[in-house]
Write a protein that binds this ligand. Structure first.
Ligand SMILES: O=C[C@H](O)COP(=O)(O)O
Length: 247
């Protein structure tokens, strides 16, 4: 049985005061039968680390594909680890679409994050136009093959896949549990081809307008192993309720 993972992606939100109050609230959430994680903006990683409740994991929303050197504005995976991070979010659709991140760059980021000792949450998902033209699984297959292309067989289970249909992110329109389950099931079949055994070892979490009100219906689906939560993770009560639903 795969343990569920519920992760908060704060995106470009937060302040020192927000971190303080969120850590106070999240300390009330029990991370025992569920893994809980938070992805703050880079600059808040040390502050979050210093107040992180027991059992919580801390991650970065992105890492550089470079490890060191003259790359102004970049943050290396090793630096995140040195500040207490243990998870890297890679290939989020906002990175792919707004910052033109390519599949090849995503592949390098996955590799460099794993090399640094972090586990990875690899995001995949189709746009509305791609879904409407029946390209959902072709897009996801391309993203998955690229994302795992530099991962050695023994590291495959250190990667969690986040299925995030682009049309459901921040729109209030979540995929139905059946739509999400169908794609998660198909992702498992693709993982089996990539590496036999990966289909049962790799967690596949769902992201896209997840809220306390809709998450229980998603979590009962057999191939949904958790949630990557954006907007609702900025509300401590809402996010705590999502974690509780996963338990
Ligand atoms: O990383 C989180 C996802 O992009 C989902 O964001 P959302 O919950 O605001 O739709």
């Amino acid at each position: 049985m795969r343990k569920k993972l519920v992760a908060a992606n704060w995106k470009l939100n937060g302040s020192p005061e927000f971190v303080d109050s969120m850590m106070f609230e999240l300390a009330k959430v029990k991370c025992d039968t569920v893994d809980c994680a938070v992805f703050p903006p880079f600059v808040f990683i040390p502050q979050v680390k210093s107040a992180l409740p027991a059992g919580w994991q801390l991650g970065a929303q992105n890492v550089s594909l470079y490890e060191q050197g003259a790359f102004t504005g970049e943050v290396a995976a090793d630096m995140v680890v040195a500040c207490g991070g243990s998870l890297a979010l890679v290939g989020h659709s906002e990175r792919r679409s707004l910052f033109a991140e390519t599949d090849a760059e995503v592949a390098k980021k996955v590799a460099v994050a794993l090399k640094s000792g972090m586990d990875v949450v690899l995001c995949v998902g189709e746009s509305l136009a791609e879904r409407n033209s029946d390209e959902t699984m072709a897009v996801i297959q391309r993203q998955l093959e690229a994302g795992f292309s530099l991962v050695s067989p023994e590291d495959v289970s250190r990667v969690c896949v986040a299925y995030e249909p682009v049309w459901a992110i921040g729109t209030g329109v979540t995929a139905t549990p059946e739509q999400a389950q169908e794609v998660h099931h198909n992702i498992r079949a693709l993982l089996r081809v990539l590496q036999p055994g990966a289909e049962s070892a790799v967690r596949i979490i769902y992201g896209g307008s997840v809220k306390a009100a809709n998450v229980s219906d998603l979590f009962v689906m057999p191939d949904i192993d958790g949630a990557l939560v954006g907007g609702a993770s900025l509300d401590a009560k809402e996010f705590s309720a999502i974690c509780e639903a996963a338990r």
